[in-house]
Design a protein around this ligand. Structure first.
Ligand code: PLP
Length: 401
């Protein structure tokens, strides 16, 4: 008998399943709207010019391949913190942000979960929005936290259930940990407005909740780095201590390079040093120290004026292409007299859109039109382009009628 004979087969990943069905389909019109990675207007993966230039500069400098420190490349984490918190940030300017490089956003969330499970003194429960990114629950459970939910999305309006969100935040135990998507909520594409963030900040203060921001899409959502950082920067300006996960997967297109950072704002440099010493103790037994290559690329772009400006433009052009697809889709659906309201397609933000399509409709789209998306009706806007947008709109219109 094999040692592993009692290991049960785990369920397949729902998103990878979509990609497999797509690959097996031989129809030339097929569209994959499952993947969470940017595609250009020809449906191809896109490597940013600023990234290519940074790679060239790095290559020409013949760097060594020594180990990084446990918390990563200092030049990178310094610039990542500045990008997120802004150059005006008080804790940043007081040298009170504890930060470590991480294996992209996922690794940042995992380090954060483990650190909070060990040291957050008031609670071991983190509250997630319903729904949230599918990996949040297993990340925080495996980190040692208990996971609970607060209301977020309203199926009826295909928008934010702001009343439900406020009621839930007011009713959860004081000092609980609450996860917020800083911008471009995945999977819904529904974000609070700035006015709503102000109200959320007030409730967080009243109930002394601890905010943990997941910022996987800074710049990628609106095309504007500071606009997308509004929630994080506003909370910090209001005196909240925050935890923050950052990813450079989407905004620099560095998916497989695994570049990210986890940080917390602390009271002063002495406290920051103590917190960082514990972040090291979290990281060291997991993977010792992070990978070099992506952090060098990100640091080169963030640290050089010309590359930074070029990158800013490229982020904006990716965001703008997605926003223009939202408008085309919306206008097509309305022009075709598609039953229902479609304003949410343009009011939503970021890579994903909750279309409001039902599971049977998504099935029909796969079978009849060779269009693949997750069963909850979420589409990656990045999978749409000038060549397939009309075919996609007509197919949706037909599926709904
Ligand atoms: N958080 C959210 C909300 C995401 O959508 C993603 C990626 O899809 C991540 C975190 C982490 O991604 P990565 O580990 O590739 O940075």
């Amino acid at each position: 008998l094999s040692t592993w004979s009692a290991v049960p087969a785990g369920p397949p990943d729902p998103i990878l399943g979509v990609t497999e069905a797509f690959k097996a389909d031989k129809d030339p019109r097929k569209i994959n709207l499952g993947v969470g990675a940017y595609r250009d207007d020809n449906g191809k993966p896109y490597v940013l010019h600023s990234v290519k230039k940074a790679e060239k500069l790095i290559y020409e400098s013949h760097p060594d391949k020594e180990y990084l420190p446990i918390t990563g490349l200092a030049e990178f984490t310094k610039l990542a913190a500045k990008l997120a918190y802004g150059s005006e940030s008080a804790p940043l300017n007081e040298n009170a942000v504890a930060i470590t490089q991480s294996i992209s956003g996922t690794g940042a969330l995992r380090i954060g979960g483990a650190f909070l499970a060990r040291f957050y003194p008031h609670s071991k429960t983190i509250y997630l929005p319903t729904p949230s990114w599918g990996n949040h629950t297993p990340i925080f459970r495996d980190s040692g936290l208990e996971v609970k939910q607060y209301r977020y999305y309203d199926k009826k309006t295909i928008g934010l259930d702001f009343a439900g969100l406020k009621e839930d935040l007011k009713n959860i135990p004081e000092k609980s940990i609450v996860l917020f998507h800083a911008c471009a909520h995945n999977p819904t594409g529904v974000d609070p407005t700035q006015e709503q963030w102000v109200e959320i900040s007030n409730i967080v203060k009243e109930k002394q909740l601890f905010p943990f921001f997941d910022m996987a899409y800074q710049g990628f959502a609106s095309g504007d780095i500071s606009h997308d950082a509004f929630a994080v920067r506003y909370f910090v300006s209001q005196g909240h201590q925050v935890a923050l996960s950052q990813s450079f997967a989407k905004n620099m297109g560095l998916y497989g390079e695994r570049v990210g950072a986890f940080s917390v704002t602390t009271a002063d440099p002495e406290e920051k040093a103590r917190v960082e010493s514990q972040l090291k103790i979290v990281v060291r037994p997991m993977y010792s120290n992070p990978p070099l290559s992506g952090a060098r690329i990100a640091a080169t772009i963030l640290g050089r004026h010309e590359l930074y400006s070029e990158w800013e433009k490229e982020v904006k052009s990716m965001a703008d292409r997605i926003i223009s697809m939202r408008h085309r889709l919306h206008d097509n659906l309305v022009a075709q007299g598609t039953p229902g309201t479609w304003g949410h397609i343009v009011s939503q933000i970021g890579m994903f859109s909750y279309t409001g399509l039902t599971t049977p409709q998504t099935k029909a789209l796969a079978e009849k039109a060779h269009i693949y998306m997750t069963a909850d009706g979420r589409i990656s806007m990045a999978g749409l382009n000038a060549h397939n947008i009309d075919y996609f709109s007509e197919s949706v219109s037909r599926a709904v009628k």
